[in-house]
Design a protein. Structure first.
Length: 173
């Protein structure tokens, strides 16, 4: 496990616009938005018959919220290829799902302003539950066409092997 040291020079929190996502050992091109990593643990109220008229609470099941990834429409087929592993209309009856490899583990990395990796999260056993190939098309609009995938997952954890970096400093000549 990595040892964390506090960067006494860093006052500002990290920004949310420098990140990269990796699956199958490769960075995925063009991802412009990732929904929050969020988990919720169910609250189970209980009380004993002899207790006063108040209940106790204990943790129940934990659910991990699906991730949504967005990127501009290009000729890159990574979103579509993965979505087709879960449901491929052209595959024929009985072979629509690629059970051997429709799940993937992801690595989400955040960077500081200097381009150094500062945080990483491993997201486990993801699969595509929703694929949007094209957005609504509008001849009167002036926007980038965005495609998206929604990824169900079975949990995530912080990559504690990523240490807080020593941030660069500039010296004057």
């Amino acid at each position: 496990m990595a040892e964390f040291t506090q960067n006494a020079q860093r006052f500002d929190p990290y920004k949310n616009f420098k990140f990269r996502l990796k699956w199958d050992g490769q960075y995925v091109a063009g991802i412009s938005k990732v929904s929050p990593l969020k988990r919720t643990t169910e609250v189970v109220p209980h009380r004993s018959g002899g207790d006063p008229s108040s209940s106790r609470k204990s943790p129940g099941r934990t659910e991990y919220e699906a991730l949504t990834l967005e990127r501009g429409v290009t000729h890159d087929l990574e979103f579509e290829r993965w979505a087709n592993k879960v449901w491929n209309f052209q595959a024929g009856p009985g072979v629509e799902v690629s059970l051997a490899d429709f799940r993937k583990d992801l690595i989400l990395e955040m960077f500081n302003e200097a381009g150094q990796v500062v945080l990483g999260y491993k997201v486990y056993r993801c699969w595509v539950s929703e694929f949007q190939a094209l957005p609504e098309l509008d001849a009167n609009a002036n926007a980038v066409a965005i495609q998206s995938i929604k990824l169900e997952n079975e949990g995530w954890e912080r990559d504690v092997d990523i240490p807080e970096p020593s941030e660069p400093t500039f010296t004057e000549p």
